[in-house]
Design a protein around this ligand. Structure first.
Ligand SMILES: Cc1cc2nc3c(=O)[nH]c(=O)nc-3n(C[C@H](O)[C@H](O)[C@H](O)COP(=O)(O)OP(=O)(O)OC[C@H]3O[C@@H](n4cnc5c(N)ncnc54)[C@H](O)[C@@H]3O)c2cc1C
Length: 406
């Protein structure tokens, strides 16, 4: 009989425990959870609907959604990826459906469905769940792993396992990784990822609620740029283009203390293309006023905002508008400049980048290269995805590989 401890009763912890217990009925498997709550992030995830995964079948496309860990996930996903996730849940009567943007949710649109599924499965396969058990230290003793834990806030105990899986999730402070010190693993400094941009004291925020379907957002003087839907909020900018940028440039934004010049290409078109369209418009509709000729079909109030920035929101028809003014309008449409000053957490989903150094894990088994028998899965590793179900997919896949290798 093998004794396995799983540290953390979250997404990766449950997925690992269930798969391990199903394959190995003789193993004694215990989930150790420091709080009184199980699967608490699953409950609030995806606005209470749990965005379980993303309908991205090709592994080569799937890995592109991970600013950190994409190379390492290739081998993990070759063992367990999207199709396996869909089937895993379907076999347990949890059907998933995809939305237009490829995010997949349980058809109940309720995260409780996922929680109930995990709790039922854990019970069915005899997984022991111990809450209020805080793991404080992990050390190796001969061929066993010893965990020092505090139970019910006061009772110190030692638990001895043949294998241990760390599924403690990510933390926003370095010192929270202290319980891993005895494992000799390097912790890549945790930083926030998936946040929206604050643009304080800018009239653009008066356009809150407006969105464009395909903008390009760029961090000035860097190569960080992303395209996609952009949403104007009462504090600044949000939407997929901004969230992707926040994830890929997480370290850059941190270095700059979340103050950076941002350029928005409202149309996601080339400079020359915009210029040509405006010059043709001027020729064809010379009597019309710019405010009445919104050729790019931008939201009306946004078009007016852009014209104000280009000093064109007046009663002059196109025929009276100078070349210089046209160039200014092209500039605003192509690279509208804003200053990001601070960030706001994206409530639907947020993650930490940082965690266990990737080089110190064997991704074929999810086993530590520093301590035999110790494994990692989920967000504790320096892997994070962009928003859209990719973070849970990484949790399911790494947990599945850890369970199978044990
Ligand atoms: C508001 C919000 C919404 C989200 N929505 C989505 C979404 O819809 N789709 C998506 O893909 N991702 C989403 N995410 C990200 C996703 O929730 C995480 O990536 C995922 O939960 C990571 O799973 P995990 O098991 O690694 O860690 P967690 O789910 O964080 O679980 C870790 C568990 O370990 C416990 N623990 C920690 N340290 C110890 C210790 N020393 N001893 C014992 N127990 C310990 C913690 O208390 C916790 O219960 C969201 C995140 C947030 C915050």
């Amino acid at each position: 009989m093998k004794r396995v401890y799983i540290i953390g009763g979250g997404a990766a912890g449950f997925f690992c425990a269930i798969n391990l217990a199903k394959k190995n009925p003789s193993y004694k498997i215990t989930i150790l959870e420091k709080t009184t709550k199980l699967l608490s992030k699953v409950l609030v995830s995806g606005g209470g609907r749990c965005n379980v995964t993303n309908q991205c079948f090709e592994i080569s496309d799937l890995i592109k959604n991970y600013p950190r860990g994409s190379k390492e996930l290739r081998s993990v996903f070759s063992k367990f990826a999207l199709q396996d996730t869909i089937e895993w849940f379907a076999q347990r009567n949890v059907k998933l459906h995809a939305e237009a943007d490829n995010r997949m949710f349980p058809t109940s649109n309720n995260s409780q469905t996922i929680i109930d599924c995990f709790l039922d499965e854990a019970k069915k396969y005899g997984v022991t769940i111990q809450t209020k058990t805080d793991v404080k230290e992990i050390k190796k003793q001969n061929d066993k792993i010893v965990l020092s834990v505090i139970v019910n806030d006061s009772n110190a105990q030692e638990l001895i396992g043949d294998a241990v899986v760390v599924t403690s999730g990510g933390f926003n402070q370095e010192k929270a990784y202290g319980f891993l010190q005895g494992t000799q693993h390097t912790i890549v400094k945790p930083l926030p990822s998936l946040f929206t941009f604050n643009i304080p004291n800018d009239s653009v925020t008066q356009l809150m609620g407006l969105s464009v379907p395909n903008a390009k957002v760029k961090v000035a003087v860097t190569n960080y740029l992303f395209e996609g839907p952009l949403l104007i909020t009462h504090w600044g900018f949000s939407g997929p283009a901004v969230l992707k940028l926040s994830a890929y440039a997480a370290e850059y934004f941190h270095q700059k203390s979340y103050e950076a010049a941002i350029h928005i290409n409202w149309l996601n078109k080339e400079y020359e293309e915009i210029k040509l369209a405006l010059e043709q418009l001027q020729k064809q509709q010379h009597k019309a006023l710019p405010k009445n000729t919104n050729i790019f079909v931008l939201p009306k109030r946004l078009w007016e905002h852009i014209l104000i920035k280009a000093d064109l929101n007046n009663d002059k028809p196109w025929s009276e508008i100078t070349k210089k003014s046209i160039n200014k309008l092209v500039e605003v449409l192509f690279a509208d400049a804003y200053t990001m000053r601070g960030k706001t957490t994206f409530k639907e989903e947020f993650v930490t980048c940082g965690g266990i150094e990737l080089k110190e894990i064997d991704f074929k088994t999810m086993q530590s290269k520093k301590m035999n028998g110790l494994h990692f899965a989920g967000e504790v590793i320096n892997i994070d995805g962009i928003t859209g179900g990719f973070n849970f997919q990484a949790a399911w896949s790494t947990a599945w590989v850890a369970a199978n290798s044990i």
